[in-house]
Write a new protein. Structure first.
Length: 425
């Protein structure tokens, strides 16, 4: 086996806030294996705090809408030119790109142009839409590190080297200590109340588009169950201020917290969240949850031609995939993936698909507040229904979380790769 470089140089590109968090944790594991390693990153505050040289805070430009991307195009082009100069002059041992495909495909292409290997850590969910991107993956990516159980199979079947390492949120929920003082204070304050947790997302646009409907959903719950107190877990102070302004319009005094998601998941009886990787964290806490995600009419129409999965929530996709592969279950199973012959997907899930959802989900271009409130009212009104849902979540969690450290496994795969395939210096 070839020797691993003594002072490996890693270049990391993570444009999403969640990717910044997971990449920073991966840096910590890599430092344990490579004490003399050097890290340069296009990322966010978490990668900076992990000790990376971060000449570009890419997460500050995390965008969702095409028009806004066009407005920032000169900035992105400048970042790419800067990255190529770095690749040419410094020749990192490995480029690690994290999600954020619109930008990171270009990073990967430039790295390969200079003969530098590329790892896609948390690859884009092309199994969900945009499967044609697999051609880029085969061309520019040396190996993928996948966080979802079915992804290794999906990529491997299409000729891409892939390893499943587990989901970081599951390990974090096991290992991260909760603030017991904070928990004790909330328990005292709401000793005779039930908490409903609202998680409006990690992107500005998600909060702006979804939080108004989330307020209306929570109001329908509290109108039916006055003992329920909605609490909001904001991703950052900017989002907290957006949330407070919206609450102020209705003179609502619901508490808003920043950086307390884990504690609020632990204390709440149920949750209402936007779609995203947060569903894995909610699974780790076995918290009954409704997923709500509002989009434009145009986006709702177009996704019927591009989406290849029957659910938008990771927890629901994973549960359906496991059930579809379990020949001993004795119950009718349905794959979460549409077949290649299904060119246009239905406008709404079937009744059977709704019954399969561990987290009832609503992808919508119009207000669906009454429908979204209904399962939350059930969880909060009836302890036996909530317990049944928690048991279903616990059963799924036992299947996907083996108790090991997924980021340690990811670092081990990277170490093995570097030992076999060092780039020319």
């Amino acid at each position: 086996m070839a020797r691993v470089p003594n002072r490996p140089l890693f270049f990391i590109s993570a444009g999403e806030p969640s990717g910044d968090i997971h990449a920073a944790e991966l840096v910590g594991r890599l430092k344990e294996r490579f004490p003399n390693a050097r890290f340069t990153a296009y990322g966010g505050q978490k990668l900076r705090e992990a000790g990376c040289d971060t000449p570009v805070l890419l997460t500050e430009l995390a965008l969702m809408w095409f028009g806004r991307v066009l407005m920032r195009l000169p900035t992105f082009i400048g970042y790419l030119r800067r990255a190529e100069k770095f690749f040419a002059e410094e020749r990192p041992d490995l480029v690690i790109v994290v999600d954020f495909p619109g930008f990171n495909w270009h990073i990967a292409r430039l790295a390969k142009k200079h003969g530098i290997p590329v790892c896609y850590f948390l690859p884009p969910q092309m199994w969900g839409w945009g499967g044609w991107r697999i051609k880029k993956t085969r061309k520019y990516i040396d190996f993928c590190l996948c966080s979802l159980p079915f992804e290794k199979r999906w990529f491997s079947d299409r000729g891409v080297r892939a390893e499943y390492f587990g989901h970081p949120f599951l390990a974090e929920a096991r290992s991260k200590g909760l603030d017991e003082g904070f928990l004790a204070g909330l328990r005292r304050q709401y000793a005779d109340r039930s908490l409903l947790l609202l998680l409006p997302g990690s992107r500005d646009q998600e909060v702006a588009v979804n939080f108004g409907d989330m307020v209306k959903i929570a109001q329908k719950v509290t109108d039916c169950l006055p003992n329920v107190v909605p609490v909001i877990g904001a991703f950052n102070e900017k989002h907290a201020e957006m949330v407070r302004r919206r609450l102020g319009r209705d003179n609502l005094l619901w508490p808003v917290f920043v950086g307390r998601a884990a504690e609020l998941m632990e204390l709440s009886r149920a949750a209402l969240a936007v779609s995203g990787s947060v569903s894995m964290e909610l699974l780790a806490h076995k918290r009954p949850t409704v997923i709500y995600y509002r989009v434009s009419r145009l986006a709702m129409f177009l996704q019927r031609f591009f989406r290849r999965v029957k659910f938008i929530t990771l927890v629901n996709i994973i549960a359906a995939d496991i059930d579809a592969g379990d020949e001993t279950s004795g119950t009718p199973a349905e794959s979460p993936f549409y077949g290649s012959r299904q060119k246009v997907i239905p406008a709404e899930p079937t009744d059977h698909q709704r019954a399969m959802m561990l987290f009832p989900e609503f992808l919508t271009c119009r207000a669906r507040t009454q429908q979204a409130a209904a399962p939350l009212i059930e969880y909060l009104r009836w302890p036996e229904e909530r317990k049944r849902q928690e048991e279903r979540l616990a059963a799924l969690l036992a299947k996907v979380d083996d108790g090991s450290d997924p980021l340690e496994r990811a670092a081990e795969v990277i170490e093995r790769f570097l030992a076999r395939e060092q780039p020319s210096r």
